[in-house]
Design a binder for this molecule. Structure first.
Ligand code: SAT
Ligand code: MN
Length: 549
């Protein structure tokens, strides 16, 4: 790759064994519009997915695969998603003509002998994935999933979730289908452990859309470490969860690395990510300084522009003031084992027990800093009604609010109406269901400034959640859920004015009327696949909003 220029060296002293890759400029993010679920019945894919008939898909896209690897090397990647030795781990085999994909998969999954051993142990069962970068023309780009036969075909893209087939394709789209059929859950969730001053660790799963801070929250460095509060990282993107014999939900991170958003990552916002990416890492679409260092917007909290002579993500000399040096969706691929906060329980085959779910999105308005759902059914509704402003993680307009239930809109491999039903059913089987919360770190004031400091200080919100789980933290009932009472969250030392605190927790009747209507429009497309319980919750919310002042 160094020889053919698809890898560019990075300063070996500063970042041992690390490389830069520049993708094709038309291939810099997941392409949701070119992603399909191919099921026999259209309604199984649901209105949340693009659909193609499986036979038609194979004929149409099969033609594009004809001879596509001619003159290239074909790689066969056996990989394991899940913990080695666990009966729930899944073997995938990806065939690809992209060495960049191989190198990323080597970090993101458990590859090679460990997967072959699992294959022997499970009687030869695996999920095939066929991948070619094709000619990289978006007109001939397709990411196809065949959930009924558990098969993936991807052509025309070499980027992230489009091409690293173990990630979104296998571990979310196909796995969510399997979970639906077999009674478990595959979710777009980070998994973290919150350690209290007595050393007890409580595990939480957090669903946030791509590029909304999952990696930062999963790797949070506690500003209250001297008081004994700490966060452990189990995973930053995907959780597979099963009901244990104790009636609790147990979660495993099926991945082995991080594919994190680079811009904004620095020693202050996420020191654990900086440590994770300090060696054995791949940087995609970041800039490169004359010293051979990777550079992105926000890599240095103090320095806004890169050193003179920096080469931007497109390979041109960067001119200050002219756009970004790094692409907004530039990424680092780094081994999970290099994260200083990695949990000692990351590789426990049974996973870790989950006591809370955190749903959240990017909302300049509407959603308060935190609230708790009244119960499981209401919590499922809170997740289903989630909205978030779009980010650079997918191609398309950035910053428009869209409904993104459980942050799974681009990743649910079946009809989302049925998916809500699956969540409700799982709740019925759990004797000890996680408490459900909604957070919004991104609320802004009238001048467009963030109200909440975020990052490490988010631990204060996690501490309140822990208090709620234990029955020690206070809350008041509001139209949308339980909201912390005035001093139930420890805000000591943050220097927030009383007005800021009030704005953080304020509910605006007009905003919520809009929110309610937008949720209704979204739900309506699922027709009779939408569980009655969701309509019930939506109606109940309406009456609570109308009682608001
Ligand atoms: O899908 S990717 O892995 O490219 C990144 C994301 O959207 O989370
Ligand atoms: Mn993700």
């Amino acid at each position: 790759m160094l020889r053919d220029g698809s890898f560019i060296s990075i300063n070996e002293k500063a970042y041992p064994n690390s490389y830069l890759h520049r993708s094709n400029p038309n291939d810099v993010a997941r392409t949701e519009g070119l992603t399909y679920i191919c099921t026999t019945r259209r309604e199984d894919a649901g209105p949340n997915n693009n659909w193609m008939d499986p036979t038609e898909a194979k004929e149409r896209v099969g033609k594009l695969f004809d001879g596509c690897m001619q003159g290239r090397t074909m790689y066969v990647i056996p990989y394991l998603m899940g913990v080695p030795g666990s009966p729930h781990a899944k073997v995938g085999i990806e065939v690809t003509d992209s060495p960049y994909v191989v190198a990323n998969m080597r970090i993101m999954t458990r590859m090679g002998a460990v997967a072959m051993d699992a294959l022997k142990a499970n009687g030869g069962e695996f999920i095939p994935g066929l991948h070619s970068i094709g000619d990289l023309d978006p007109k001939r780009r397709f990411i196809l999933h065949f959930p009924e036969e558990q098969l993936i075909w991807s052509i025309g893209s070499g980027y992230g979730g489009n091409a690293l087939l173990g990630k979104k394709c296998l571990s979310l789209r196909l796995a969510s289908w399997m979970g639906w059929k077999d009674g478990w859950m595959a979710e777009h969730m980070l998994i973290l452990g919150l350690q209290d001053p007595d050393g007890n660790v409580t595990y939480m799963g957090g669903a946030f859309p791509s590029a909304c801070g999952k990696t930062n929250l999963a790797m949070l460095v506690s500003p209250l470490a001297d008081q004994g509060w700490k966060v452990w990282t189990v995973g930053d993107d995907i959780a597979w969860m099963r009901i244990g014999e104790d009636g609790r939900l147990w979660a495993v991170n099926p991945e082995n690395g991080f594919f994190g958003v680079a811009p904004g990552t620095n020693v202050e916002t996420n020191p654990n990510a900086i440590a994770s990416l300090s060696r054995n890492s791949i940087f995609t679409n970041v800039a490169r300084t004359p010293d051979g260092l990777p550079w992105w917007e926000g890599i240095d909290p103090k320095q806004k522009t890169p050193p003179a002579g920096t080469i931007d993500w497109l390979g041109r000399t960067y001119e200050p003031g002219k756009g970004h040096a790094a692409h907004p969706n530039s990424r680092f691929t780094s081994p999970a084992s290099q994260c200083p906060s990695i949990s000692p329980h990351r590789e426990d085959p049974q996973g870790v027990p989950i006591d809370a779910f955190i749903f959240g999105g990017r909302r300049a308005r509407v959603a308060p800093l935190v609230y708790q759902a009244f119960n499981w059914q209401h919590g499922v509704f809170v997740g289903a009604g989630m909205g978030s402003e779009t980010t650079a993680a997918a191609t398309g307009t950035v910053g428009v609010t869209r409904r993104d239930p459980m942050a799974m809109l681009p990743f649910c491999g079946y009809n989302m109406g049925d998916y809500f039903g699956h969540w409700l059913n799982m709740g019925k089987k759990l004797t000890n269901p996680p408490a459900i919360f909604h957070v919004n770190w991104f609320r802004k004031d009238a001048d467009g400034k963030f109200l909440w400091p975020g990052f490490g200080q988010n631990i204060r919100v996690l501490m309140w959640m822990l208090g709620r789980i234990r029955g020690t933290a206070e809350a008041r009932e509001s139209a949308v859920g339980y909201i912390p009472t005035a001093d139930a969250i420890d805000l000591d030392g943050l220097g927030l004015s009383p007005e800021t605190v009030e704005q953080l927790f304020a509910l605006d009747k007009h905003d919520w009327e809009h929110e309610w209507a937008s949720q209704g429009e979204f739900f309506q497309q699922f027709g009779d696949h939408l569980p009655a319980a969701m309509t019930e919750e939506h109606n109940a919310l309406k009456s609570r909003i109308s009682d608001m002042k």
